[in-house]
Write a protein of this length. Structure first.
Length: 215
């Protein structure tokens, strides 16, 4: 039943057995409050996906197909439009899946939490595709760092952590697509995560600015 639970099959959110299976021990039914709340979540997701994401899709595709033909301002506008498109597409589908599950009486965790208001790359990955980033954190990053620390693969625990960032974010990029540009996307974010960690530790000693969350 867990494997076949259809609302989250196509593109998430990633549901863990520990969050889902205990819900089967309770009576499950279509109650009015669940149907109402689920319908609202589903409608918001449908609006984001069909109205917002699809409305900017032709413009983005047209500019990205031949960016040299357009002015710099138009290309930048397409870049920002793409940011809106990909967020509304991903989060819209997640909201639709969460809404359908809620109408059936199941509670799935939020998958996007206003990521574009993040103040650091670490905070961004605590808000963007939360089910994927937390899965990678728990099952790849933390396990790798623990094994590297016990096995003394690296001379410094921070180096082990940085290697964990590279592995985790590289896999995150490949999760989106098996192509070199997706891998580079993941490694780019790994570099940002490493830079943020170095800056946060330096800032903690200097106490100049507040530091955001870090894995």
């Amino acid at each position: 039943l867990f494997v076949a639970f259809f609302p989250r099959l196509v593109a998430g959110p990633i549901v863990r057995p520990a969050d889902y299976l205990p819900q089967l021990k309770k009576p499950i039914g279509t109650r009015g409050d669940n149907v109402g709340a689920g319908a609202q979540i589903f409608t918001v997701g449908l609006f984001k996906k069909l109205i917002l994401a699809y409305s900017v899709d032709p413009f983005v595709n047209q500019v990205f197909a031949d960016p040299s033909y357009y002015s710099g301002a138009t290309v930048w506008l397409a870049v920002f439009a793409y940011a809106i498109q990909i967020y509304c597409d991903f989060s819209g589908y997640s909201d639709m899946a969460i809404g359908i599950a809620r109408m059936l009486g199941f509670h799935l965790n939020r998958n996007f939490h206003m990521p574009y208001i993040s103040t650091s790359v670490a905070e961004f990955w605590n808000r963007w595709h939360i089910s994927l980033s937390t899965w990678l954190r728990d099952h790849v990053y933390m396990r790798f760092v623990l094994a590297a620390t016990k096995g003394r693969w690296f001379g410094d625990k921070h180096v082990a952590s940085y290697a964990g960032f590279i592995l985790s974010m590289g896999l995150m990029g490949l999760w989106h697509g098996t192509a070199a540009n997706y891998l580079l996307y993941g490694l780019y974010h790994a570099t940002l995560m490493i830079g943020h960690d170095i800056f946060s530790r330096w800032n903690k000693r200097r106490k100049l600015w507040g530091s955001g969350p870090i894995w």
